[in-house]
Design a protein around this ligand. Structure first.
Ligand SMILES: [Ca+2]
Ligand SMILES: [Ca+2]
Ligand SMILES: [Ca+2]
Ligand SMILES: [Ca+2]
Length: 354
């Protein structure tokens, strides 16, 4: 209950004893916070009226018979008084009425994104309004825990966050509750569909899966691929002596951005052994799923180990700096069959797998 200002208390005896002038206020008993209502002055015709509607003790809020009382900036629950001064030329009378200001539930004005993607953060910033508060400061948001997915959280700022996993693919019912500082709540129920992620397509070995390089750190190239969902993708490469890629010798790339010319390249970051034969593999990932692998093999054939009998067609220049991009197909001739026998076997194996 609000304390009435001193002048109202002093007036109280005259209000109670009022009777010299037949006057009254018609006002609602209850008004919602943020609402407004028309007041009616009941007074002798021709009398001067003056309203006090702002609780400042001054009858300076209008002289009409039917003023509008606004509770727009008033936070309920509580009470407000309105007062009327009536002057009929001979006497002055005062009337007062109390209006109960009721709290009103907040309103959620935001709409959640209806689709979430497996493996990707989903976020919903809940925006609520309350006529009893200038902003949402007096509101807080929480989940009705029984209907929200287990890992879903709400931050202090009222942002609902969730990263669905494989088990979450499907439709979920979510209930968000917003509560004002007077304990009134509003629920928003919505269906959230978690759609699965599809892996990117495999990158393409380019142009063939078995190559020889002069450089000890060759440049491995794959053809760019794409993602069925349109997700941005990046590439990873590995080179190893064994095709299971489980040894300690594996040389792995960081994430490699797609090349702009339709091919993506990675230069092996550690010198390989001259004459060595290696496996490589590459895959694309959309950040959630990785594609099937492109695989290939390579051999390192620096100049001094260059096989004889080469016709030169596939050969890189033998002078000048070694270009890591330069490669030649060592499975179709040119290379010594004896020296490259394991490589040819491997190449045949890879071809069968394609
Ligand atoms: Ca006033
Ligand atoms: Ca309130
Ligand atoms: Ca409220
Ligand atoms: Ca995808």
């Amino acid at each position: 209950m609000r304390r009435l200002p001193a002048f109202v208390v002093l007036l109280a005896p005259s209000l109670l004893a009022a009777g010299w002038i037949d006057a009254d206020i018609e006002a609602p008993l209850v008004l919602s916070e943020g609402g407004e209502a028309e007041l009616v002055a009941v007074a002798p015709e021709g009398a001067d009226l003056a309203w006090e509607l702002t609780e400042d003790g001054l009858f300076d809020d209008g002289e009409q018979a039917r003023p509008i009382f606004s509770a727009r900036d008033i936070d309920g629950p509580g009470e407000r008084y309105v007062a009327l001064r009536v002057d009929d030329g001979e006497e002055i009378a005062y009337r007062i009425a109390l209006i109960e200001i009721a709290n009103v539930r907040p309103t959620i004005v935001s709409e959640p994104p209806a689709i979430a993607r497996r493996g990707r953060p989903w976020e919903y910033r809940v925006v609520a309004e309350d006529p009893g508060t200038d902003d949402a400061e007096g509101l807080y948001v929480h989940l009705a825990e029984l209907v929200a997915p287990e890992e879903m959280i709400v931050t202090d700022e009222g942002v609902v966050r969730w990263t669905p996993t494989t088990k979450d693919v499907g439709v979920h019912l979510v209930r968000v509750l917003v509560e004002d500082h007077d304990g009134a709540t509003t629920a928003q129920n919505f269906l959230l569909e978690v759609v699965d992620d599809t892996a990117p397509f495999s990158p393409n070995p380019n142009p063939m899966p078995a190559e020889c390089f002069r450089a000890l750190q060759p440049l491995i190239t794959v053809g760019n691929t794409n993602d069925p969902d349109g997700d941005p993708i990046s590439y990873f490469f590995e080179v190893a002596e064994d095709g299971d890629f489980e040894g300690t010798d594996v040389v792995a790339s960081p994430a490699v951005a797609p090349g702009r010319d339709g091919r993506t390249r990675w230069m092996v970051t550690r010198p390989l052994e001259p004459g060595g034969i290696y496996y490589w593999r590459a895959w694309a990932t959309d950040g959630v799923e990785r594609s099937a692998e492109a695989r290939g093999a390579l051999c390192i054939q620096p100049d001094e180990t260059k096989p004889d009998g080469d016709d030169g067609d596939d050969e890189p220049p033998s002078t000048g700096p070694i270009d890591p991009r330069v490669r030649y197909d060592c499975s179709t001739g040119g290379a010594s069959p004896t020296a490259l026998l394991p490589f040819l076997t491997l190449f045949a194996f890879l071809r069968r797998r394609r």
